[in-house]
Design a binder for this molecule. Structure first.
Ligand code: CMC
Length: 431
């Protein structure tokens, strides 16, 4: 038998006794190959049922490789630890978008282009000020990015590569500006314009914190820690928000609207909101002595240990290790956060507890990132925003890949209908 012949699945439909041969490519069978399996001519055909898409590949992708069992994460083939050590977020963004590390002239041009597009239209300030004083900054970012589509109506010309390029640059460039505006709004402070003399993370810190000084001078160690966090969060293959960007983008809407869908998905506590939830949890625990009680509650099913567990990583999250190191660097500048002791002890307890070991639950990227953000002076509401800024390069790379993928069409899952049928309408007075 030739190896090709082995790359198939033989399926016997016991309802009919018919046997089918289904090809296996890249360890995958095509769900549509099951449609031919019918009990009668008018049967719709067999479907696959996969709530939450836990075992369904929705695309072919060359962007991010992830091996959850081995704890491997690579962007375009480059391991995350090398990128976190040697690269910068803007270089990584170029890598994700263009598929290869830039040459020096390419990086200079890219950095120049992003820097030149950090400003937003003045009207953005007006609608930002329209939000309530206590508006959640992630909600403001969500609204702000959606609104950008109205400033660039040509962005819906998604089949034009040049047009896609400029929207890509704008999105990556303007995200920190919108995020900082949202932050300043919650503080009742004036918005700070970008400073083109600063690099990407420095400029963001400046827009967050600049007050009366003529020139904002960021601590390079904090800017570097922030840049590392940006690198770690830049992409993570087909997670909830990326799938949202791809699904919404598959309708051929403009990339701002598709990115807004990603931000909406990231807003949820099980995704980008997890680091916010971690800090709230650590505060609630309050002292190391209360950890055993808390763990007992988690094991009894009262609540989850936030920042633990991952749909894909089942041994460790490689990003968590790098973040722990960045944590130490930041605390060297800012002084230790008392919650760090609780987090470290909590991690130790959990990793020794059979409940967590058996379920392969390890700290994920969010377990320590919140502590760094807090040390940088950010309130918990800003945490998902800090995730959204770098993830924009991942979303847009995935969007670019999707719109150029000939196999993709508008996303449209099927359902198993379980409701009532053919009922007669009852007049309201007779119900
Ligand atoms: N604390 C306690 N138990 C947990 C946790 C947790 N954090 N995570 C999973 N479990 C249990 C879960 O109850 C289940 O137990 P059982 O088999 O007895 O029913 C078992 O572990 C398997 O969990 P699951 O819900 O099937 O796992 P999943 O792959 O569907 O969920 C997850 C992944 C990340 C949503 C989940 O682990 C979780 O809710 N973690 C806390 C939230 C969090 O930290 N999210 C950030 C994810 S990383 C950032 C990102 O990439 O977005």
């Amino acid at each position: 038998m030739s190896p090709e012949k082995n790359d198939s699945l033989t399926v016997t439909d016991n309802r009919t006794g018919s046997t089918y041969e289904v090809p296996i490519t890249d360890g995958t069978v095509r769900a549509m190959d099951f449609r031919q399996m019918k009990v009668s001519e008018d049967d719709f055909g067999l479907m696959t049922y996969d709530p939450a898409f836990t075992n369904t590949a929705s695309c072919r992708s060359e962007i991010t490789f992830l091996d959850g069992e081995a704890g491997v994460l690579e962007y375009r083939g480059y391991p995350i630890d090398q990128l976190a050590e040697k690269s910068t977020y803007l270089e990584v963004a170029y890598l994700l978008v263009h598929g290869e590390l830039p040459t020096q002239p390419q990086l200079d041009q890219w950095t120049h282009d992003i820097t030149m597009h950090t400003f937003v239209h003045e009207n953005v300030k007006d609608f930002m000020s329209g939000f309530r004083h206590d508006a959640h900054p992630m909600g403001m970012l969500l609204g702000g990015v959606g609104a950008l589509s109205t400033f660039y109506p040509d962005a819906n010309n998604i089949s034009d590569p040049e047009n896609r390029d400029i929207q890509t640059i704008r999105l990556i460039a303007k995200m920190p500006t919108l995020a900082a505006f949202a932050f300043r709004h919650t503080r009742g402070q004036p918005y700070v314009y970008p400073d083109n003399d600063l690099n990407y993370p420095e400029n963001f810190l400046g827009m967050l914190y600049k007050m009366t000084e003529l020139k904002y001078e960021p601590d390079p160690r904090l800017a570097r820690a922030l840049d590392i966090l940006f690198i770690l969060h830049a992409d993570h293959e087909q997670n909830c928000s990326t799938s949202a960007v791809r699904a919404v983008g598959s309708s051929q809407v403009d990339p701002y609207s598709a990115t807004a869908a990603g931000i909406a998905a990231l807003y949820g506590p099980l995704h980008g909101g997890a680091n916010e939830a971690v800090l709230r949890m650590l505060r609630r625990i309050g002292t190391v002595e209360k950890i055993p009680d808390f763990i007992k509650g988690v094991k009894d099913g009262d609540e989850k240990l936030m920042g633990f567990g991952h749909r894909v990583y089942k041994n460790f999250d490689p990003r968590a290790t790098i973040i722990k190191k960045a944590c130490d660097d930041v605390f060297e500048v800012t002084g230790k956060n008392p919650l760090l002791e609780i987090a470290t002890e909590l991690e130790k307890h959990a990793l020794e507890d059979e409940y967590f070991v058996k379920r392969k639950l390890y700290p994920n990227v969010d377990f320590y990132s919140g502590l760094i953000y807090e040390a940088l002076g950010l309130p918990v509401e800003m945490f998902p925003v800090m995730f959204a800024i770098p993830r924009t390069s991942g979303w847009i790379s995935q969007w670019l890949e999707m719109v150029q993928d000939k196999e993709q069409k508008i996303a449209r899952p099927r359902q198993i209908y379980t409701g009532a049928r053919e009922k007669d309408y009852v007049e309201i007075g007779s119900r």
